[in-house]
Design a protein. Structure first.
Length: 156
């Protein structure tokens, strides 16, 4: 699967995204990025945190993921992947960020790659969610300018 994708994570009827302005939330499938259209949703698991625990994790991301966006470095797909791993213990399918990974390799080879906080290799995930309390279904959204595929990231 090839393409350039924007992704976000839906939890409890809200979609959480990352871009140049940091982390923001919106109605599902309404990310507000010009030219981006919704393609597909992939269920990735059931959230095993209560609302307060989720809010604490989201606050951490809103603090740590500010002023660090880079299209081929730390991008929305890296955010979605990190949040997905932390919330339900599942990585996004590798095809989601393939174009950015290729861009990182090419720009690094010519000495122009992302540096410092803009690099994706400094993304850390603290933990996977605990036992279920609320049972909210989590989905990851692929909003793409082109290309789409419907497949599960994890089997839960």
């Amino acid at each position: 699967m090839t393409g350039a994708y924007h992704t976000g994570i839906e939890v409890g009827g809200r979609e959480y995204n990352f871009g140049g302005g940091g982390v923001w939330e919106c109605a599902p499938r309404q990310c507000g990025i010009p030219g981006v259209r919704y393609k597909t949703s992939i269920a990735v698991g059931t959230l095993k945190l209560n609302a307060a625990e989720f809010a604490q994790i989201l606050t951490k991301y809103r603090t740590e993921w500010v002023n660090c966006y880079d299209l081929v470095g730390r991008n929305c797909n890296d955010f979605s992947d990190a949040l997905c791993r932390e919330l339900v213990g599942c990585e996004l399918p590798p095809w989601i960020n393939r174009t950015a990974h290729l861009g990182t390799v090419i720009t690094a080879a010519i000495g122009k790659g992302p540096k410092g906080k803009y690099r994706r290799d400094n993304v850390t995930v603290n933990r996977v969610a605990s036992e279920p309390e609320s049972g909210n279904q989590s989905s990851f959204f692929s909003n793409a300018s082109y290309g789409s595929q419907s497949r599960s990231c994890c089997n839960f």
